[in-house]
Design a protein around this ligand. Structure first.
Ligand SMILES: [Zn+2]
Length: 504
C-alpha cells in the first residue's frame, strides 16, 4: 500500500490523499486548498471557469494527474502532460469545502462514497450555489471549446448539450424514499461496510461541526488504512467518535491518517463543548432585550438545532432565510427531523429572493415580513450573519442582542469581514456577545463557539485507542510538533511525495 498526500500535508484542509492499493487506487477527500485559494484569490477573483483545469494547475491547487474530466482540458493543456494515476473511487469524509470542493473535477466514472447526510447537504448545496466545474458533483453539462477559440471552454445550451451523471454510493439508508431526490446515475446504499470496484471498506459516523461526517477504513494487500476526516468528541454525537476508535482498533490498522488541526494552536482557558455553548447562548438570549440575532455557520445544523431549542424555550419565533430552508428540507430526508414548527422564513426584499420565499409559503412554511418583525422585535430571533446585514436595513427597533456563535478569524479576509460586521453591529446599536473590538482588534469571547476538531488531549486519546502501527498527520499546520507529541510512531507527509507503507 502506498500513500501520496497531494493536499493537506503541513496545512489546514484541502485534503487530497491518494491511496495506491496495488491493482486499485482511491482518493480520500478532494477538497479546495484554503492556503492557496487564500493566497491568490478572493470571493470575486477565482480561477476562471472558461479555462477549465488550467488555472488551478498553474496555481498548484490541483496536482498534475490524469484523473480529471476530459471536457475540462482546454486546447492549451494537453492531457498527455498529466502523470498516470489509478482512481477507482473517492471516499468523501464530510460536506466542508476543504474536503469536497474539487471533487467535481474528477473523471465522471469515478464514484463518490459518502454518508446519506453528506449526500443530502451537498445536494442542497448544488442546487443553491454553482461555482463552476469544481462542485459539479452529481451531473454536469459537458464543456466544449468555444468556436474559434478552443482555449476557452463553454457549456453548450439547448438541444445540443450533453449531460453526464456520476455514481454515488451512500453508506446508509435515508428515512425518506424519494427516487427523484436520489440524483446520480446509480445511487446505491450499503450498510457502512462494502466493496466497491474491488475495494473493501468500512465507513464510520464521527462527530464534527457538520452533520454526516464519516471516517473510513480501506483495505489493501491484507492491511487496513484508517482515515479520520475531521472529527471531535465534544459535540452531541461525541460517542460516535469513541465507537469509531474502538471498532477500528480491532482491525489492527497498518496506518492511521488523522487530522491535527488544533495541534500548535493556543489552548483555551476552558475546553468548550457544544453543551456549554448551548448554556451560554441560552443565557445571553434570555438576558438580552429586543431583537435577537443568532450568527452561526450556515451548515452547522447541530448549532441550528441548539438555537431552535433556545428560541422555543424563550418563546421567540426563529427566522431563517429561504436558502437555509433548502438545506433543512434536504437534511430532513435523512434524519426525519422536519424543523418547520416554530420556524419562519424571512421575506427578503431582494427581487431575486421574492419568488423563492413565495413558493415556500405555498408549501406551508410560515413567512415573517420585515414589517411584522418591526412591530414586535422582541418576539423574534433572526438567524443572520455578516452576509445578511443589508436585510436589517428594512427594520426599525430599539434594543437588540447580536450573538456571534461562530469561529475565530483565521486569515485577513475573515478578519476584514468581521471588522465590517462590527461596524454594522455598531450602526444598529446591538449589544454583541461572542465578539468585540478591543484596542482596535477583534476579541473573541470564549463560551459562544466550540471547535469542530479534536482537542489535543482527545486527539492523543483517539490515537492511543486505535493504536495503529504508524500515524500520518494531515490537516495540520504544525506537523513537527504533532510528531513530537504523538504517542505512536509518526510519518510526516510531504505534498506529492509517495510513502510506501510496506517499507515502513
Ligand atoms: Zn471539516
Amino acid at each position: 500500500m502506498r500513500i501520496t498526500v497531494h493536499g493537506g500535508a503541513g496545512v489546514i484542509g484541502g485534503n487530497k490523499i491518494h491511496l495506491d492499493l496495488g491493482d486499485r487506487g482511491v482518493f480520500l477527500d478532494f477538497g479546495e486548498p484554503f492556503d492557496l485559494s487564500g493566497k491568490y484569490c478572493t470571493e470575486y477573483m477565482r480561477p476562471r471557469t472558461g479555462r477549465g483545469l488550467r488555472d488551478y494547475l498553474k496555481l498548484g491547487m490541483l496536482p498534475a494527474l490524469d484523473c480529471y474530466r476530459p471536457d475540462l482540458y482546454p486546447e492549451d493543456l494537453p492531457r498527455a502532460t498529466m502523470a498516470p494515476i489509478r482512481v477507482d473511487a473517492l471516499f468523501l469524509s464530510h460536506a466542508h469545502f476543504d474536503h469536497y470542493g474539487h471533487a467535481g473535477f474528477l473523471r465522471e466514472d469515478i464514484p463518490i462514497i459518502a454518508s446519506p447526510m453528506t449526500y443530502a447537504i451537498l445536494r442542497a448545496n448544488s442546487e443553491m450555489a454553482r461555482v463552476g466545474a469544481s462542485t459539479e458533483l452529481f451531473d454536469h453539462v459537458v464543456r466544449e471549446g468555444k468556436g474559434g477559440e478552443p482555449r476557452v471552454l463553454v457549456s453548450p445550451r439547448g438541444k445540443g448539450k450533453e449531460v453526464q451523471g456520476r455514481q454515488w454510493v451512500i453508506t446508509g439508508e435515508p428515512v425518506e424514499e424519494d427516487p427523484g431526490w436520489r440524483k446520480g446515475s446509480a445511487c446505491c446504499v450499503t450498510e457502512g461496510h462494502g466493496e466497491l470496484n474491488g475495494i473493501e471498506y468500512l465507513a464510520f459516523p464521527v462527530d464534527h461541526s457538520v452533520f454526516g461526517a464519516s471516517a473510513y477504513a480501506v483495505r489493501g494487500g491484507g492491511d487496513w488504512l484508517v482515515y479520520s476526516g475531521d472529527l471531535r468528541m465534544h459535540g452531541a454525537n461525541g460517542e460516535s467518535t469513541r465507537r469509531f476508535a474502538e471498532r477500528v482498533r480491532e482491525l489492527e490498522p497498518k496506518a492511521l491518517v488523522i487530522e491535527g488541526t488544533r495541534v500548535g494552536r493556543p489552548l483555551p482557558e476552558r475546553e468548550m463543548t457544544e453543551a456549554l455553548v448551548r448554556e451560554n447562548c441560552r443565557a445571553a438570549v434570555e438576558e438580552g432585550k429586543g431583537l435577537t440575532i443568532a450568527d452561526f455557520s450556515a451548515n452547522n445544523f447541530e448549532r441550528l438545532d441548539t438555537f431552535i431549542d433556545i428560541a422555543r424555550r424563550a418563546g421567540k419565533r426563529m427566522v431563517v432565510t429561504h436558502r437555509d430552508v433548502a438545506f433543512l428540507e434536504s437534511v430532513a430526508k435523512v434524519d426525519g427531523n422536519v424543523r418547520k414548527d416554530g420556524l419562519w422564513v424571512y421575506r427578503s426584499l431582494a427581487d431575486k429572493d421574492l419568488e423563492a420565499v413565495e413558493s415556500l409559503s405555498e408549501k406551508g412554511w410560515q413567512v415573517a415580513d420585515p414589517d411584522d418583525i418591526a412591530v414586535d422585535p422582541g418576539e423574534y430571533m433572526l438567524c443572520f450573519s455578516f452576509w445578511d446585514m443589508t436585510k436589517l436595513l428594512d427594520l426599525e427597533w430599539e434594543y437588540g442582542t447580536y450573538i456571534y456563535s461562530n469561529s475565530e478569524a483565521y486569515d485577513l479576509k475573515q478578519t476584514d469581514n468581521l471588522q465590517k460586521l462590527m461596524n454594522w453591529i455598531e450602526l444598529f446599536g446591538f449589544e454583541c456577545r461572542g465578539l468585540a473590538i478591543v484596542d482596535g482588534r477583534l476579541d473573541f469571547e470564549e463560551g459562544f463557539h466550540s471547535s469542530g476538531h479534536l482537542s489535543m488531549d482527545d486527539l492523543w486519546q483517539v490515537v492511543s485507542s486505535i493504536s495503529p502501527e504508524m500515524v500520518i498527520p494531515v490537516h495540520c499546520a504544525y506537523p513537527d510538533l504533532f510528531s513530537e507529541m504523538c504517542p505512536v510512531r509518526t510519518v510526516l507527509p510531504e505534498k506529492g511525495r509517495t510513502i510506501d507503507l510496506d517499507d515502513r
